[in-house]
Design a protein around this ligand. Structure first.
Ligand code: NAP
Length: 307
C-alpha cells in the first residue's frame, strides 16, 4: 500500500515524487517508457531557468531521475492500463500487477499527434519521424521537411538545420503560430525554406520515404516535394485513454482539475501536460509537481491523518 502512486515520470511526475518523498509519503512512480517523457526527446531546453545557454533535454531529465530516486521514490517501468479511482483505497493496474494507494497523481503527459494521411503509418521509422533529436542524425546532409507552424515545429526545424542540407517547413496557413523570437530565427535561417498554405495529403515511398504530396489549400494546386525525411509536429494528444469515465476530462481528453490540482474525484490529482491548462512547459510541469503535494497534505489531513 502506497500513500501515493504517480502515473508518469515526466518533469511533473518526478517533481511530485521528489516533494512527496521529502514529505514522508511512501511513493511509487509507474512509467511506460524511459524517465523524462517528452522533455527527454527535446534537443535543447532554453527556457528552463538555471541553465544559461540551455540544457539538453535527456541530460536534464536524467538529473531529475537521479534526484527522484535519491529520495527513495520507487519506480516501476510498467504501462498502466486502468485505475479504480473512487473510494479510500485506489487501485492502479499495470501489467500483471495491481498496485494500491491512498491517492493517485495522474502525470501521464501527452504524445505527438499524427497527420493521419496515406503512407504515414507504413513509413514511420522509414523517413517519417516525430522526434528530431532521436532521428535527425539519420538525415545528415540530406533534405527533410517539417510539418507544422508552432513552437515545436520551428524549434525542431532550426535544430535540423545543424544536421541536414535543407529543411522545408510546410505550414497550413500563411503565418506561423510559433513565438516571435523563434519565428525570427527561422525566417532568417538560409537553410530553411517555407511552403505556405499547404498540407501534406500523402507520404510516398515503398521501403523508405521519397516524396510528399502537397495540396495548397488556397490555390488548390498540388505538387510533389522530394525529400528524404519528414518530421511531423502538429500538436499533441493527452495520454488519458486508460482513465475511467468517472474522471472529468475536457473535450480534447485533458484532465480537469481545481485550483489545488485535484480532479473531480477526491484523492486523485493531476499535473503536467495532461492537465487542462494554458501553457505546457517543463517549468509549468515542475510547478504543478511541487504544488500538488500541498494539496495532497490537505487531502490526508482532511481524511483524519491516516497517512
Ligand atoms: P501547437 O502550438 O498546437 O502547434 C501545432 C501546429 O501544427 C500549428 O501550427 C498548427 O497549425 C499545425 N497543425 C495542427 N494540426 C495540423 C494538421 N492536421 N495538418 C497540418 N498542420 C497542423 O503545438 P506545439 O508547437 O507542439 O506546441 C505545443 C505547446 O508547447 C504550445 O503552447 C507551445 O508554445 C509550447 N512549446 C513551447 C516551446 C518553447 O517555449 N520553447 C517549445 C515547444 C513547444 P495552425 O497554426 O494553423 O493551428
Amino acid at each position: 500500500m502506497y500513500d501515493v502512486i504517480i502515473i508518469g515520470a515526466g518533469p511533473g511526475g518526478m517533481t511530485a515524487g521528489i516533494y512527496a518523498a521529502r514529505a514522508g509519503y511512501k511513493t511509487m512512480i509507474l512509467e511506460t517508457g524511459a524517465p523524462g517523457g517528452q522533455a527527454s526527446t527535446t534537443e535543447t531546453i532554453e527556457n528552463y531557468p538555471g541553465f544559461p545557454g540551455g540544457v539538453s533535454g535527456p541530460e536534464l531529465m536524467m538529473k531529475f531521475y537521479e534526484q527522484t530516486v535519491s529520495f527513495g521514490v520507487e519506480m516501476d517501468f510498467q504501462h498502466v492500463t486502468s485505475i479504480e479511482a473512487e473510494g479510500n483505497i485506489k487501485k492502479v493496474s499495470a501489467g500483471d500487477t495491481t498496485y494500491e494507494a491512498q491517492s493517485i497523481i495522474i502525470a501521464s503527459g501527452a504524445r505527438p499527434r499524427v497527420l493521419g494521411v496515406k503512407g504515414e503509418g507504413k513509413l514511420r521509422g522509414k523517413g517519417v519521424s516525430y522526434c528530431a533529436t532521436c532521428d535527425g542524425f539519420f538525415f545528415k546532409d540530406r533534405e527533410v521537411a517539417v510539418v507544422g507552424g508552432g513552437d515545436t515545429a520551428i524549434e525542431e526545424a532550426l535544430y535540423l538545420t545543424k544536421i541536414c542540407s535543407k529543411v522545408t517547413v510546410i505550414h497550413r496557413r500563411g503565418e506561423l503560430r510559433a513565438t516571435k523570437i523563434v519565428q525570427d530565427r527561422a525566417l532568417k535561417n538560409e537553410k530553411i525554406n517555407f511552403i505556405w498554405d499547404s498540407v501534406v495529403d500523402g507520404i510516398i515511398g515503398e521501403n523508405s520515404l521519397t516524396a510528399l504530396s502537397l495540396h495548397n489549400v488556397k490555390t488548390q494546386e498540388r505538387e510533389l516535394l522530394k525529400v528524404d525525411g519528414v518530421f511531423i509536429f502538429v500538436g499533441y494528444i493527452p495520454n488519458s485513454d486508460y482513465l475511467p469515465s468517472s474522471i472529468s476530462l475536457d473535450q480534447w481528453g485533458y484532465v480537469l482539475a481545481d485550483d489545488h490540482l485535484q480532479t473531480n474525484i477526491p484523492g486523485v490529482f493531476t499535473v503536467g501536460d495532461i492537465r487542462q491548462k494554458n501553457l505546457r512547459q517543463v517549468a509549468t510541469a515542475v510547478g504543478d509537481g511541487a504544488a500538488v503535494i500541498t494539496a495532497l497534505d490537505k487531502y490526508f489531513a482532511d481524511k483524519g491523518g491516516e497517512s
